[in-house]
Design a protein around this ligand. Structure first.
Ligand code: AMP
Ligand code: ZN
Length: 113
């Protein structure tokens, strides 16, 4: 999708700081980090949100979580980390391309706001 911010970031049309890249997944530094380590991990395929995951595209989600495990290990997040996906207006989603926030290097409160 040429008008999608994260499709354009994954295509390299908009600059980002990469943490991980393969044929299915791209991960980059969040421009407004909410923790000392904050990556945005996305499937290269355009899926609008977690509400649009179905049997035709769920393989991409598995690939994303494989990448998350690799990034967490590479970044030494041995004490733990959090993976968050916001969905829709009430969920606080601002970019309509499925993405997972990978947050770490601080104690993360629960429940979230
Ligand atoms: P959400 O609010 O859950 O949809 O998450 C979107 C995230 O994308 C936010 O944490 C933003 O800070 C981040 N973001 C927006 N634009 C950029 C960008 N150009 N590069 C990196 N991160 C971005
Ligand atoms: Zn997209």
């Amino acid at each position: 999708m040429s008008d999608c911010l994260f499709c354009r970031i994954a295509a390299g049309e908009i600059p980002s700081t990469p943490y991980y890249s393969d044929e299915n997944v791209y991960a980059f530094a969040d421009i407004d980090p909410k923790a000392p380590f904050h990556a945005v991990v996305i499937p290269r395929a355009h899926i609008p949100s977690a509400a649009a995951v179905d049997p035709t595209n769920s393989e991409a989600v598995a690939r994303v979580f494989e990448a998350i495990a690799k990034i967490a290990a590479e970044q030494g997040l041995d004490k733990g980390f959090r993976v968050v996906t916001n969905v829709g207006e009430d969920g606080g989603q601002t970019v309509p391309h499925l993405h997972f926030h990978l947050l770490g290097r601080r104690l993360l409160a629960w429940p979230p706001g």
